[in-house]
Design a binder for this molecule. Structure first.
Ligand code: NAD
Length: 325
């Protein structure tokens, strides 16, 4: 039984992770032992909801006093670096939310600390864990390498505030564009080696639109279109290989659904969580799969597909898209 502590009791911890953690707790996979938040009201609310007696305002005290194997650090990256490093140095395995850090250099520091201490890490890029995405990746790979992946994220953000100071649209914690960046890189494989980018400030004095073509070290080409002056919330991807193409969409609040074309004239095949044997309907957004992978890696001494080390390429791509690399 893996003993877990939470640092950060905000909306993602309570609304996203807590339901999954309670389900895994019922299955005997983990036990939530302690919770920490510097905001007393949030701590009290989450503590009551999680039914956790061990509550802390300071993560260092939690690390000293609670008997933990792993810590989930669920907060925006501008607050998390010190906490993540303290947890790793205290010998805890660490799961963080996206974005994993405010820069590739900080994520490198986190990955180095994890390696030095032999700890398992995971980043909440849960779209990669989706059974539909896994199936598309498997089918394309069976025919050869991925040649192209298109990622699109469109929404309307002009009415809300611009990204927090120091954060861009890609690193702002309320935005999900970084999921699209990560997914394109994951499907293409390797690291970005050449990028052509248009950054636009349509209707605002901050970057609202990114249009990019990226050559990856795998040879694949990624295309990313992110437009936050549009309407609704559209997230879709295309993945192409030899004699195969797939279009994936993620309607708000659900998991991926895909159409897969194989061969010359066959009609597309629909792939969804429900059509895949063994896929759990209740895990449409793949958050449970992320947790399971983290817990299994701790038990087996393995690695997760979204370790700090692995996600460095995504942070480098973010920096290239921002023009900082
Ligand atoms: N993977 C996903 O799909 C997904 C979805 C939603 C949010 N997120 C990510 O989750 C992260 C958290 O989002 P949120 O909406 O819960 O944020 P939030 O601001 O609501 O919550 C963060 C919490 O951390 C606490 N905190 C900050 N510094 C602290 C410290 N030093 N010690 C103890 N507590 C501290 C704050 O008091 C707050 O309660 C963000 O990075 C966001 O991008 C990911």
């Amino acid at each position: 039984m893996i003993k877990v502590g939470f640092v950060g009791a905000g909306s993602r911890a309570v609304g996203g992770h807590y339901p999954v953690v309670t389900a895994l707790q019922r299955e005997g996979a983990l036990r939530l032992e302690a919770i920490c938040d510097r905001d007393p009201e949030r701590l009290e609310l989450a503590g009551r909801r999680f039914e956790i007696g061990r509550r802390y305002a300071d993560h260092r005290r939690m690390l000293d006093e609670a008997d933990l194997d792993a810590v989930y650090v669920i907060m925006p990256p501008q607050f998390s670096l010190r906490i993540v490093l303290d947890c790793l140095e205290a010998g805890k395995h660490v799961l963080v939310e996206k974005p994993p850090a405010t820069s590739a250099a900080n994520l490198q520091t986190m990955a180095d600390a994890a390696r030095r201490n032999g700890r398992v890490t995971a980043v909440g890029f849960q779209r990669r864990y989706s059974p539909v995405a896994q199936e598309v990746r498997r089918r394309v790979a069976a025919r050869g390498p991925v040649t192209m992946c298109l990622g699109e994220f469109h929404k309307y953000k002009l009415a809300s505030n611009p990204p927090a100071p120091g954060a861009s649209l890609l690193l702002d914690h309320i935005d999900h564009v970084i999921h699209a960046v990560d997914f394109v890189r994951y499907m293409c494989g390797g690291e970005p080696v050449e990028t052509h980018i248009l950054r636009d400030r349509f209707f605002a004095d901050w970057t609202t639109c990114y249009s990019a073509l990226i050559r990856f070290s795998s040879g694949a080409v990624g295309a990313l279109l992110a437009n936050c002056t549009s309407a609704g919330r559209v997230q879709r991807f295309e993945v192409h290989g030899k004699g195969i193409g797939a279009a994936l969409e993620m309607p708000k609040g659900t998991g991926f659904v895909a159409k897969v074309w194989e061969g010359r004239s066959a009609p597309p095949q629909e792939v969804s969580g429900e059509t895949l044997a063994g896929a759990r309907e209740t895990d449409a957004t793949a958050t449970r799969a992320l947790h399971r992978s983290f817990l299994e890696a701790i038990e087996t001494g393995g690695e997760t597909p979204t370790s700090f080390e692995e996600c460095l390429g995504t942070m480098r791509l973010v920096e290239a898209l921002e023009g900082a690399a």
